[in-house]
Structure formats: C-alpha cells, structure tokens
Design a protein around this ligand. Sequence first.
Ligand SMILES: N[C@@H](CCC(=O)N[C@@H](CS)C(=O)NCC(=O)O)C(=O)O
Length: 213
Amino acid sequence: MLRLFYSPGACSLVPHVALEEAGADFELVRAMIAEGAHQRPEYLAINPHGRVPALATDQGVITENIAILNFIADQFGAEGSVPRGDAFAAARCNELLGWFASSVHIAFSQIWRAHRFTDDEAAQRTVTVSGNATVRRHFEEIDGLCGDGWLVENRFSAADSYLLTFFRWSCKIGADMTRYPRWAALAGRAIERPAVARALGNEGLPHSDFAIQ
Ligand SMILES: N[C@@H](CCC(=O)N[C@@H](CS)C(=O)NCC(=O)O)C(=O)O
C-alpha cells in the first residue's frame, strides 16, 4: 500500500489531495515539522533531505513533490495530480508546479527559514525582507493566472491544490489577500471539493484557514 509522509498544511497537502481525488488506497504517516520529526533519523532514512512529502511505494520511496505527483498521475490518471492523455496540458501543469516549487516556495523559505541562506544575522533580516517582497510579486502573477475554473485546461490538478496550499501560507504571513480576489475564489472552489475537504479534515486544517479573514 502507498504511504504518504506529510506534515499538516505543508506542501505534502498537494499529493495528499491527489491521492484523495484518485480514491487511492493509501496510509498517511505524520512527520510533524513543528516537532522536528522530519529531522529524526527514522525519517531521514525515508528522505535524507529531511523534507515532506515522501511517498513509499512497493518499488521504493519517491521524494520531491513533482515526481510524486507525476507518479500518482501515471498510477491513477485522476484529477488532482498531473493531466494525462494531453501532452500539452501535462507540460503546462508541470511548468506551473516547477515554478511553484522552485520560485514561490523558495520565497516563502526566505521568510521562514532565512538562516538557510546566510549565517549572518543581519543578512538574514535582509533575506526575509526580500522574501516578503518577492512573494508579493509572485502573488500578483498568481492572481492573474486564476480564472473562473481551474488553472490547467479547466481540469482540477495539482497546480490548483498547490495554490490552495500557498493561499493558507500567505494568510499566515499576514498578506492582504483581499488584493488577490481571483486566487481567493479559486481557493474557495477547491475546498468545496469532497476530496479536498477530506484531505483538510485528515490534516486537521479548518476551512477558515483558507478564507480571507
Ligand atoms: N523540493 C521539495 C521541497 C519540499 C519542502 O521544502 N517541504 C517542506 C514542507 S512544505 C519541508 O519539508 N520543510 C521542512 C524544512 O524545511 O525543514 C519538494 O518539492 O518536494
């Protein structure tokens, strides 16, 4: 059986939603970042990089969100992962996932984990300030990407649930989310999906975390 290693509200929510959308038979294994579980030897044996998500399969462990999501797509071909059967849609989804993972996510890391970028404490403050400016530039672009439906060919995909995850993080850093009404509407549509609601329930995340306060 598949086992997904996750921490509540982390980017592991994206493959969690994908597995729920697929109706997959899987087990959730909590590796709570706030408690340092992702840095313990037993978890480092699963993912030596000390990050969630990780997906244990019969063939071995897959790490890195984009790899996991493409694996789920190949296994199940369901919504919530990466589209299959349309090479352009798959590429478009992977393009967005790549940008989210390598740029938007990293700008959040500048805010929350500035010590990873420099040992110098004064420079860490600069890294955080720069991260805050960068995420807000990304937020403008993200809002412009959102329309009335879903991001890729109007089919719910991992790109949408990644944006849902970022939406919650953006509320947590105190961003004024009223500036991004199209993104807020997409997040609102996503949490209405039964599979998304199940994943949020499994992780103990209230719907109010995904709404403009
Ligand atoms: N490149 C990895 C990044 C995963 C990642 O940074 N996960 C975060 C949670 S959203 C994490 O495990 N953070 C713990 C830490 O940074 O110590 C991926 O895309 O899967």
